[in-house]
Design a protein. Structure first.
Length: 108
C-alpha cells in the first residue's frame, strides 16, 4: 500500500462517529494522542497550540516529526481534520488504525 500524502486523502470508515466527538476539548485530544503512543509537547512555544510529535526523541525543529497541532480552543467543525491528521500518521507508520483510534476515544 502506498503512503498517503495529505490528511485529505484519509477516507474514514466510521465517519459517522465524528458527531459523537464534537465536544472534545484540547485536554481530551492530548490524552488520546498520548494513548496512541505519541509525544505531546507541553513546553515548546507560547502560542495557542500544542504540538504532538512521533516520539519524545524527535526534535521540535524537525518538522517531519510533527504529527499534529492541537489548538487550545477546539471548535466542532475541526474535529474531522484532527482525526484525519492523526490517522494519516497512524496509517503511514503502521502504528495504529482507525479502529485503534476509536477504541482510545471510547466509541465503538
Amino acid at each position: 500500500m502506498s503512503s498517503l500524502i495529505s490528511y485529505r486523502e484519509v477516507k474514514l470508515v466510521h465517519g459517522d462517529r465524528i458527531n459523537r466527538i464534537k465536544n472534545l476539548n484540547s485536554e481530551d485530544w492530548k490524552k488520546i494522542c498520548l494513548s496512541l503512543g505519541l509525544y505531546v509537547s507541553m513546553g515548546n512555544g507560547k502560542g495557542s497550540h500544542c504540538a504532538v510529535y512521533k516520539d519524545s526523541v524527535c526534535s521540535p525543529a524537525d518538522l517531519s516529526c510533527l504529527v499534529l497541532t492541537i489548538p487550545n480552543n477546539i471548535y466542532p467543525n475541526i474535529q474531522r481534520n484532527l482525526v484525519k491528521n492523526l490517522l494519516l500518521y497512524g496509517i503511514n507508520s503502521g502504528k495504529y488504525t482507525e479502529d485503534d483510534f476509536w477504541e482510545k476515544v471510547g466509541i465503538q
